[in-house]
Design a protein around this ligand. Sequence first.
Ligand code: CA
Length: 258
Amino acid sequence: MGYVVFLPRCGTKTRHPTLLRRHKISMTGERILIVEDEPAVAMGLEYGLKSEGFGVLRAETGRRALSLAESGNPHLILLDIRLPDISGFDVCKQLRSRGMRQPILILSARDEELDRVMGLELGADDYVVKPYRLRELIARIRALLRRAYGELAAPVTGGRLRFGEVEIDLEKLQVLRKNKIIDLTPTEFRLLRYMVSNPERPFSRADLIETIWGYDSDIGSDRTVDVHMRHLREKLENDPANPRWLVTVRGVGYKFQP
Ligand code: CA
């Protein structure tokens, strides 16, 4: 038939059943788990995400988040820190220790710089500061999803990258050190692969944010890069405090030194 369907935006009412069906069918339907105890905030997020075609799961407590993360198998988790039972930190830590690798985006209040860093320390991929614009949040969600599933799922024609005792299997998307699998998050994997694929090239933190996270850098993103880099060093370097491979370039950022 070939006519264009304009997807309903937030706040648009549509009673056209065909359009509604098409709307659903045409969507990718990635599921987002919203972990947020303030009902008004959670409802606003749910509404906004659904209008963009995402499936939504909601948890008001940390424990509920943990069980829904397993049973509902979300593609991405939006995680508030201040929750009524266990904190978002505990949720993040437990998810990662259970081997769940979905991107986690921390929702952080403006004056909670420590929270953001702590969240990254415990395995979150990034954070957004409240109050955020829905449009910006969705752009970040899409970027994280694209990076986590699009790029990683894309066929790679095999190959391995090696340095020292570390081997990156580009086909299995695995990293081995002394022949043991090292548990990296998708973000860590991308960062490592990118840097090792571009030896000797110094990258600024803004470069890395744009390439790895998929959006323009803003205030605070430097910390995001630094924390992920430190995790990589801790997992892969013999002496993380004096890295041999993932080195700091003073005044610039980082580079992979073969
Ligand atoms: Ca809260």
